[in-house]
Design a protein around this ligand. Sequence first.
Ligand code: ZN
Length: 292
Amino acid sequence: MKFELTYYPCSVCGSEQYKLLYKVKGFDIVQCKDCDFVFVNPRIKNSDLYKIYSENYFTNTGEGYGYQDYELTSHLRLKTFQKWIDGIEPYLAKDKGPVLDIGCAAGHFLELMREKGWDVEAIELDKKMIEKVKAKNIKVFERPFEEFTSGKKYKLITMFDVLEHIPDLKTTFKKLHELLDDDGIIALITPDFSSTQRKLFGKKWFQYKPQEHIQYFSPGTLAKAIEPYGLILVHSSPSGQYADTGFLLDRLDRYNFKLMKTVATTAAALFGLKNKYWYLDTGSLFAVIKKK
Ligand SMILES: [Zn+2]
């Protein structure tokens, strides 16, 4: 797909003053001179952006965005979600109630929460994933979050690897505040611009996917961005995911560590590491947000 590009002001403070940090895959990664927020500019037009996510986003092979096959590693995704739930639980309201997962993919996280007695709902745009979620008897809204409406107040709203994709942050934060119960929390995972991994890899950081990852937060810019909407950041820490040998080799390849990849491939074959997995830091940020 070929998309038209458009310039936008900073999504956090509205400033049009920014400086170029890097060029990645033909896109400019820029930093706001007023609030330090990092974003892609120009970027795919807001009205076209959501087209990326409706067809084959999770089974994508040639477009340069999306996942190659999300469900191939679903056993590792379940382990990852369980670990994230362990991080969320200390902040959860005592009384169980409605949970909304924005960008739920196959619905693994919501299945785990339903087992724990929570009342689960989802938002998803990918048609194949929507069918999977419906087959699990999970109520799913098939439009972007900016268009979501509900009479409910949620005890937990989650956005795992979602915030970096959202064009209209103002509407998003306003709506999050409206939908959140007074003792509810928002838990999210997003690439962390202040992470060691980003500093180490510079423009080669794997989280730079400028067609779809258009917003790059750090704990500092996230706290600033949500404050005008009556929200506060109550926790932030580095985050990652469970990954197997194949994932690790793919990363070494992407970072162009040719020798390391050869050594690792040989080691994997020698020591039978094919089905082993580890929890890897992905240069992401785990954040918990509450109402002020
Ligand atoms: Zn700004």
